[in-house]
Design a protein around this ligand. Structure first.
Ligand SMILES: [Zn+2]
Length: 318
């Protein structure tokens, strides 16, 4: 298991759980503290500014560790210039196009989504923006499952995912889902989401390294396992990848982004035997990735149905 340190936040945070790094030196010390304890992965967060991000990147790189970010005050292009390795959340966290955004400050409320919704994604400026990220070897993680949860156009929730939730968690999620879906569509957010999905495909087609992940926030509907499947389905449904491309993004590309492609990511002699057995053909129909029978971790097999059954009605219970 690779451990991710707590978020590297900047001077001030909107979340009381997060440590505030008041200076670049604080951020470097924060990275070293967690790296000393065996944490191998770092994620910079929204309130970080450029000097503090730079110090975090340098501290992580000094120990040969990678650093990703869910940014807001710092734009994607600025982060690429500073040498950050990866960006979280596809293009949904990009503030590069927000009108009136000041350096090292958050964009105005709603202005980043508004800019994304209005973006001409086939324009030269967007192409140059994406090419710049690729030139700087910035990889990007798609996390559409969590963003889909704020669109008015999302499908009905997956019944098995609902069954996995504890009653309180399910009620909370369904209430929020109903409120989201009652908005008059298409919303600005719907349009921003649609453009962001197309940009992920353009980034990949131009040679960018795209990986995929989930996120436990949003409306509470993106839960472990089911959320991962949904994120991969959306690479096909929303981005327009073929099922095989989606599988590659979810396996090999992720291992390259983490720097682990020598040991995992493909089925090859000499690699770790982390495999899953599926009763179906996800290369034809991506949703068949849900038909997992067994998962092998380092050569040891686990019965997936038993594991899923064991947590039915318990996810989110506290
Ligand atoms: Zn995030």
């Amino acid at each position: 298991m690779e451990l991710t340190a707590p978020y590297i936040e900047g001077k001030s945070t909107r979340f009381p759980q997060m440590n505030e790094n008041k200076t670049p030196a604080d951020a470097a010390a924060f990275v070293n503290y967690w790296a000393d304890r065996g944490f191998t992965s770092f994620k910079a967060y929204m309130g970080i500014d450029k000097p503090t991000l730079k110090a975090s990147i340098d501290a992580a790189h000094k120990r040969n560790l990678k650093i990703t970010g869910h940014l807001d005050n710092v734009t994607y292009q600025e982060a690429a210039l500073l040498g950050m390795d990866n960006l979280e959340h596809g293009f949904m966290a990009s503030t590069d196009f927000a009108i009136g955004k000041k350096e090292n400050e958050p964009p105005g409320p709603g202005s980043a989504y508004k800019a994304l919704s209005n973006l001409d994604i086939l324009s030269d400026s967007v192409k140059q923006f994406i090419q710049f990220l690729i030139d700087k070897k910035m990889s990007i993680t798609s996390s559409l499952a969590v963003f889909e949860g704020a669109t008015t156009t999302q499908p009905q929730p997956n019944q098995e995912a609902l069954n996995a939730m504890s009653p309180d968690t399910r009620d909370f999620y369904l209430q929020r889902l109903a409120a989201t879906k009652s908005a008059k569509s298409p919303t600005i957010y719907d349009k921003a989401y649609a453009n962001a999905t197309k940009m992920e495909k353009i980034f990949y087609d131009m040679g960018g390294l795209l990986s995929v992940g989930t996120d436990p926030t949003g409306n509470g509907g993106t839960i472990a396992g089911y959320g991962n499947w949904r994120a991969i389905e959306l690479l096909v449904e929303a981005d327009g990848f073929t099922p095989l491309e989606a599988i590659k993004i979810a396996t090999l590309n992720g291992s390259i982004a983490l720097g682990f492609d020598k040991i995992i990511g493909t089925i090859e002699t000499g690699k770790t035997a982390d495999l899953l057995i599926i009763d179906g053909d996800p290369s034809k129909n991506i949703s068949e990735i849900r038909k997992v029978q067994y998962v092998f971790k380092s050569g040891v097999g686990y019965n997936s149905k038993k594991l899923f059954d064991a947590v039915k009605g318990k996810v989110g219970f506290n």
